[in-house]
Structure formats: structure tokens, C-alpha cells
Design a protein around this ligand. Structure first.
Ligand SMILES: Nc1ncnc2c1ncn2[C@@H]1O[C@H](COP(=O)(O)OP(=O)(O)OP(=O)(O)O)[C@@H](O)[C@H]1O
Ligand SMILES: [Mg+2]
Length: 244
């Protein structure tokens, strides 16, 4: 569905109000294919609101949202669900893994409504888990996994269908710095493989290591800075072996 011609995400004059609260004020933002960017800002500044709108989980109060060239205002809920399913992967701070469900099934269940037979769902899930370095934890349930491993299961589930856009809301927020670094390195790997990645983070080091940083305050985009070097592989990232 994605073509190189249009941006993956285009927000124009997007506002979101919740009663009295103006969570997002006239946001303009263009994200092109293959970008890797951080969204930063104080608590309550509107980061998740903006990510949820980009992810079509929420519709704006005013303004227009184009995802992969589609004006989401023109799509029915059903068309929107289909666009989301085919285009966007989500990762959240809390991993949202069902208790008692082995990693392989947690991931494979992401394809439950894809029409693919069970064997193929499991084969693809296994491949996604290997991709995040969890080939040796296929049958572990959430309570048997470390925080970092749980987040990697969640990432495997998010990228199972190879979505062109991955949205991550504080993916390292519940992790120690080492597990967090592994998760960030994994996002870099997905980005190198062609996925457009948007990461909300409170971590200045993480934000500073990404090629573009969008800063939000009080619902406004205050700054949008692209690294002059355009460097994606900042120093200090873990070697690939760390994922094994
Ligand atoms: N469903 C809602 N109903 C009412 N107010 C909301 C709702 N969702 C968010 N808000 C308000 O909108 C503002 C922005 O919230 P948002 O969750 O986007 O902040 P955030 O930048 O993600 O913060 P954090 O870093 O704490 O996650 C906040 O003041 C919040 O209280
Ligand atoms: Mg938030």
C-alpha cells in the first residue's frame, strides 16, 4: 500500500481537545518513509495524544491526518481498521501480553484474523521472535520473561506483518537501562531494514541518539530538529550479539 510518493504520516493543523483540555494545538508534522524520530516533552504535553492520532487509534478534533497517503477522515471505521492493520505496528510502555500465554502464541495471535492457517501463523511468529533475539524463549509465558524480553515479544508482535510504520510510546519506560538499550538497538535494526519508526521517550540520551527530534510542550510542537549528520547509528549502541 505504501509508495515512495507520499509521506507515511502527515498532520496538518491537528488539534485535539478533551473537554476543557487542549491536548494538541495546531500540530503540523510530516514523517517520510524510512525516518527514525523521537518525540519528547514533559508529562502531559500531548505526546501520546499525537501518537494515538498518528496511529489512527483516535481521530483529531480539527485538522487533517494523512496516513500512507490516505485522508483518514474519508475512511469508514472498517477501512480505517484495515489501513491500521496493514500499515501500523504499536509498542507501548506496558507490554500488554496476556498472562499465561506462551510468547509464540502471543505473537501468533496477532494474525488470528488474517485468514492464515494456524501453522503458518505460528511459523511467522517464530520467525518474528527469532528476529528480536528470542528464538530460545518461544514457550515462555510473560511471568517467565524479563521486562526487556517481554518488550521484545511485544515488538515481535508489532512487526509480524512487516508494517511500514512502527509507533512506540515509551517502549523503554518500564525497563532498566541495559534492557532499554537492547530495545532501542532493536528499533534501530528495524529502521535499517526499512521501517519508519516513531519513539516517544523521556530519555534524553535515547532522543539525542536518533536522527530527528520533535519536541512538544503544552500541546504545541516547539522544535523539530534533524541531525545534520543524519546519523542513525550513533555511537554507544549495543552490538548485535546483545540481542541473541
Ligand atoms: N481521554 C482523555 N480525557 C481527558 N483528558 C485527556 C485524555 N487523554 C489525555 N488527556 C489530557 O491531555 C493532555 C495530554 O495527554 P498525553 O497523554 O498526550 O500526554 P503525554 O505527553 O503523553 O504525557 P506522559 O509523558 O505523562 O505520558 C494531558 O493534560 C491529559 O491529562
Ligand atoms: Mg504519554
Amino acid at each position: 500500500m505504501t509508495t515512495a510518493a507520499h509521506p507515511v504520516v502527515e498532520l496538518a493543523g491537528v488539534t485535539k481537545t478533551y473537554g476543557e483540555v487542549e491536548a494538541l494545538k495546531a500540530a503540523d508534522l510530516v514523517i517520510r518513509r524510512g525516518e527514525l524520530l523521537a518525540v519528547v516533552g514533559p508529562s502531559g504535553s500531548g505526546k501520546s495524544t499525537m501518537l494515538n492520532i498518528m496511529g489512527t487509534l483516535d481521530r483529531p478534533t480539527t485538522g487533517t491526518v494523512h496516513i500512507d497517503g490516505h485522508d483518514i477522515d474519508r475512511l469508514s471505521d472498517r477501512e480505517l481498521s484495515a489501513l491500521r492493520a496493514g500499515t501500523i505496528g504499536f509498542v507501548f510502555q506496558q507490554f500488554h501480553l496476556a498472562p499465561g500465554v506462551p510468547a509464540l502464541d502471543s505473537v501468533a495471535n496477532g494474525l488470528l484474523y488474517s485468514g492464515r492457517p494456524r501453522g503458518e501463523r505460528r511459523r511467522l511468529a517464530e520467525r518474528a521472535l527469532r528476529r528480536v533475539g528470542l528464538g530460545h524463549r518461544l514457550y515462555h509465558e510473560p511471568h517467565q520473561l524479563s521486562g526487556g524480553e517481554k518488550q521484545r515479544v511485544a515488538i515481535a508482535r508489532a512487526v509480524l506483518g512487516d508494517p511500514p510504520l512502527l509507533l512506540a510510546d515509551e517502549p523503554t519506560g518500564a525497563l532498566d537501562s541495559r534492557s532499554g538499550a537492547v530495545v532501542i538497538e532493536l528499533l534501530h535494526e528495524l529502521h535499517r531494514a526499512g521501517t519508519t519508526v516513531v519513539v516517544i521517550t523521556h530519555d534524553r540520551d535515547i532522543a539525542g541518539s536518533l536522527p530527528r527530534e520533535v519536541r512538544i510542550k503544552d500541546g504545541r510542537i516547539e522544535e523539530d530538529a534533524t541531525d545534520a549528520a543524519g546519523s542513525t547509528d550513533a555511537a554507544g549502541l549495543l552490538p548485535e550479539e546483545a540481542l541473541r
